[in-house]
Design a binder for this molecule. Structure first.
Ligand code: CO
Length: 332
């Protein structure tokens, strides 16, 4: 078969990224092929797939002093923060009772509001790493409470890359949903959908569950299509996913409800916390909330107002992600 140079180069990169990942347990992380003799920085960055590990050569003489950094978007609403973010962080802390576990928020607006409202000082990821370094920590396992690898996850990945040389060793785990069962990897999407389904009510032919995700302009928005596919695979054909800010939108699922002659709908957020989007956009009494729009269309509507952090099965998946980052930090 004749191939042009472009095609050969593209395949070379795919193979560089995809062939020969390190034996790091089920989390795994890809590694450039040994055949690439002098990879450029750009090629190394492009190969950053999965769990990331960095060791700074000049700092290898330092003694190990380990910490875990858990990063979340955050929320200003105290009750849902405690039930979801704090509960998940506590589950991670429970697994590592002798290890320093620090929490950072990525929403600078939320950090400012929480400080103003409650006097609670929560660092950004950058500040948390600077603080850990100042306290003499030399190795950090970074983990995120992100749902998909979108903009929020990219922010944390950028922090990893900008600060990794400040430490002897740093690892960064994958978000709740990352792997999709490819090349023997975990199927995070199926595992998450299975965990989500523990919240589903019993449903009949005229019932549907509407799962409200956030939505993003990031290409990771495509994960929603994978989630919907996994829901169907798992036998939850009456669970329909839509997002507030991305695709599929509310109008798309509304059409589907009509086609299927659904009468009763249960709505729930696919979000870490039941915050502003869940309480107002989804379940609010204003006439443009999704609940009100459904009621206006004649549906009986139930709302399940709980964040994913309250779901014990989801919590366990986050704990697993944190422990993968921790195990990679401990690996020789
Ligand atoms: Co939002």
């Amino acid at each position: 078969m004749k191939m042009n140079l472009k095609k050969v180069l593209a395949m070379g990169l795919l193979c560089a990224v995809g062939c020969g990942f390190t034996a790091m347990g089920e989390a795994g992380s890809f590694k450039l092929s040994e055949d690439v003799k002098a990879p450029t920085i750009a090629l190394k960055q492009a190969a950053q797939v999965g769990l990331l590990t960095h060791e700074t050569a000049e700092l290898q003489n330092l003694a190990d002093k380990d910490a875990i950094l858990v990063m979340s978007f955050g929320t200003t609403i105290k009750e849902t923060r405690e039930k979801n973010i704090d509960a998940t962080v506590n589950a991670i802390k429970a697994l590592y009772p002798d290890t320093k576990v620090v929490v950072a928020y990525t929403s600078h607006i939320i950090i400012d509001r929480v400080k103003a409202n409650e006097g609670l000082v929560i660092p950004t990821p950058e500040e948390a790493l600077a603080q850990l370094k100042a306290e003499g920590y030399t190795r950090v396992a970074m983990t995120s409470l992100d749902i998909i690898p979108g903009i929020e996850y990219d922010y944390k990945k950028a922090v990893f890359n900008l600060h990794k040389n400040d430490f002897k060793k740093v690892t960064f785990g994958t978000p709740l949903m990352y792997w999709q069962g490819q090349e023997g990897k975990d199927d995070d999407v199926a595992a998450t959908m299975q965990a989500l389904a523990t919240q589903f009510p019993e449903t009949g032919k005229k019932d549907a569950v509407l799962v409200m995700a956030h939505g993003t302009p990031h290409p990771a928005n495509a994960y929603y299509a994978v989630m919907q596919d996994k829901l169907i695979d798992l036998g939850y054909e009456n669970a329909l996913l839509f997002s507030v800010e991305g695709w599929p939108a509310f109008d798309n699922v509304l059409e589907e409800l009509k086609e299927r002659k659904i009468k009763n709908v249960t709505m729930m957020p696919l979000m870490m916390v039941a915050g502003d989007h869940a309480m107002n956009d989804m379940a609010g009494d204003e006439e443009d909330s999704f609940k009100s729009l459904l009621v206006k269309e004649g549906y009986n509507v139930d709302v399940y107002l709980h964040g994913l952090g309250e779901n014990v099965d989801v919590q366990n998946l986050f704990v697993k992600k944190a422990s993968q980052a921790w195990e990679a930090l401990q690996a020789k």
